[in-house]
Design a protein around this ligand. Structure first.
Ligand code: HAM
Length: 431
């Protein structure tokens, strides 16, 4: 038979193996402690949603919606999309479950997979994990500051290197509309110096011009009007209060009036954490206020603010949390069957499996030989697992129990007393 082609994981996706999985689990533990401690509850939303949710929520003109969504029709002809981000789904859930009737602000966090058809490279994937936190139902600037501080605390605990926080305010939708027109006029006046891409977006999404790395566009943007100069008195006051809270909390930031985010729902506060460690994909996490989004999705007028951070980017730019190795209290080994034994040579005897089950039922972290190694091989394997005790089962219902830490001391005893002996031994060690 000819050898079949090997099937590989799709481009931009990856498998999470051994140590990486331990690092991710430790990060999740830290997130649960930090966010849970601040009153956030976990939420899980479906991996796919009605396409309309993102078209309306994130915005038709954004790269995410116009180019990057995994959209498909299901068998009934409905258009569905694998979630490219988590804020619109959380707002959908807030509306759907009548959460405006709960005590506000409602604070929710998530850790899930997201999907964007992006050009894959280090730190940028087509399936990636975001940890996100959203607070709905309050426009108090203290909620903005709290949200930013929580992300700063998490990134700090993960020891993300060369971290910078950029902060700005986009004001309310009305101010932004006026500003947009002024910016469009500026771009049109200098259209000949702009990149083709930016020129094509003057009408649809002029703010993205600030994101361009095209030199001509850069020069034009230096003299462009700045959104911060167009804020209403109320929005400017809101922004000043956010900054005062951050100052009070000792969180360092830079005001960056050119900060634009790739999603349309933002109003007022926006922010982004970057790390030089990440190269081109420097965004570690970002977010902002989205006071019109819930209404935009058919719910009651509800302010909101939140952020999301990429797990893979945190692990690239930070120090993976130390994951304690899995402890093995007891390893069950056995004398391999002798010649002429009816049992297949490499299979474990029934007594070994029974002992493993008894040990686990008693709460011990137990493993057994499952690969038909020689006795010497089994002991080597138990040593590599750093097993505390090894029980070697004999053929007559007896066992040799080796204390691997206690200088390898050993005793022979009845197999059905092994669990008891291990429990007693472990207890005598605990303080
Ligand atoms: P975002 O800036 O699109 O915001 O994504 C947030 C973070 O997700 C980024 O800073 C980055 O760390 C990570 N990320 C995004 N795309 C990729 C990718 N292709 N590969 C790896 N990591 C990626 C949002 O998604 C908003 N929903 C954030 C938010 C929450 N705003 C308010 N609430």
């Amino acid at each position: 038979m000819s050898k079949l082609d090997r099937i590989k994981a799709p481009r931009g996706t990856f498998d999470v193996l051994g140590e990486q999985s331990a690092g991710r689990a430790a990060l999740e533990d830290r997130a649960r402690a930090i966010l849970g401690g601040a009153g956030y509850q976990r939420i899980e939303t479906p991996a796919f949603e009605a396409t309309e949710l993102f078209a309306r929520g994130v915005g038709e003109s954004t790269d995410i919606v116009s180019k990057e969504m995994y959209t498909f029709e299901d068998a009934s002809g409905r258009s569905l999309t694998l979630r490219p981000e988590g804020t619109a789904p959380v707002c959908r859930a807030y509306i759907e479950h009548g959460m405006h009737k709960l005590r506000q602000p409602v604070r929710l966090w998530y850790l899930s997979s997201f999907f964007r058809y992006e050009r894959a490279q280090a730190g940028r994937y087509r399936q990636f994990s975001q940890l996100g936190a959203e607070a709905l139902g309050s426009e108090d600037p203290a909620v903005d500051a709290e949200s930013i501080c929580l992300l700063a605390a998490l990134l700090g605990e993960m020891k993300v290197a060369s971290l910078r926080l950029r902060l700005s305010s986009l004001g309310s939708l009305a101010a932004r509309q006026e500003y947009r027109e002024r910016l469009q006029a500026h771009l049109r006046a200098h259209a000949d110096r702009l990149s083709e891409d930016v020129r094509a977006r003057i009408e649809l999404n002029p703010l993205r011009a600030f994101d361009s790395d095209h030199p001509g566009t850069g020069a034009v943007m230096e003299s462009a009007p700045r959104l911060l100069d167009f804020l209403s008195a109320e929005d400017a006051e809101h922004f000043a209060e956010v900054r005062a809270h951050l100052d009070g909390a000792g969180v360092a930031y830079e005001i960056d009036p050119t900060l634009v985010r790739g999603l349309d729902y933002y109003t007022r506060t926006v922010f982004e954490f970057t790390s030089d460690r990440l190269g081109a994909q420097s965004g570690v996490g970002g977010g902002g206020r989205y006071d019109g989004l819930v209404e935009q999705l058919g719910g009651p007028a509800t302010p909101g603010i939140g952020w999301a951070t990429g797990i893979e980017r945190i692990l690239l730019a930070g120090v993976p949390p130390h994951a304690a190795p899995a402890t093995v209290d007891l390893f069950v080994a056995y004398e391999p069957a002798g010649e002429g034994d009816a049992r297949a040579q490499s299979h474990a005897p029934a007594g070994a499996f029974a002992l493993l089950s008894e040990a686990r039922a008693a709460g011990l972290r137990a493993q057994m030989e499952l690969a038909g190694r020689s006795l010497k091989g089994q002991l080597g394997y138990a040593g590599a697992l750093e097993a505390r005790y090894v029980a070697i089962l004999g053929a007559q219902g007896e066992a040799i129990l080796k204390d691997m830490l206690g200088g390898g001391s050993q005793q022979t005893l009845a197999a059905d007393t092994v669990v008891h002996a291990v429990l007693r031994g472990l207890r005598s060690l605990s303080p």
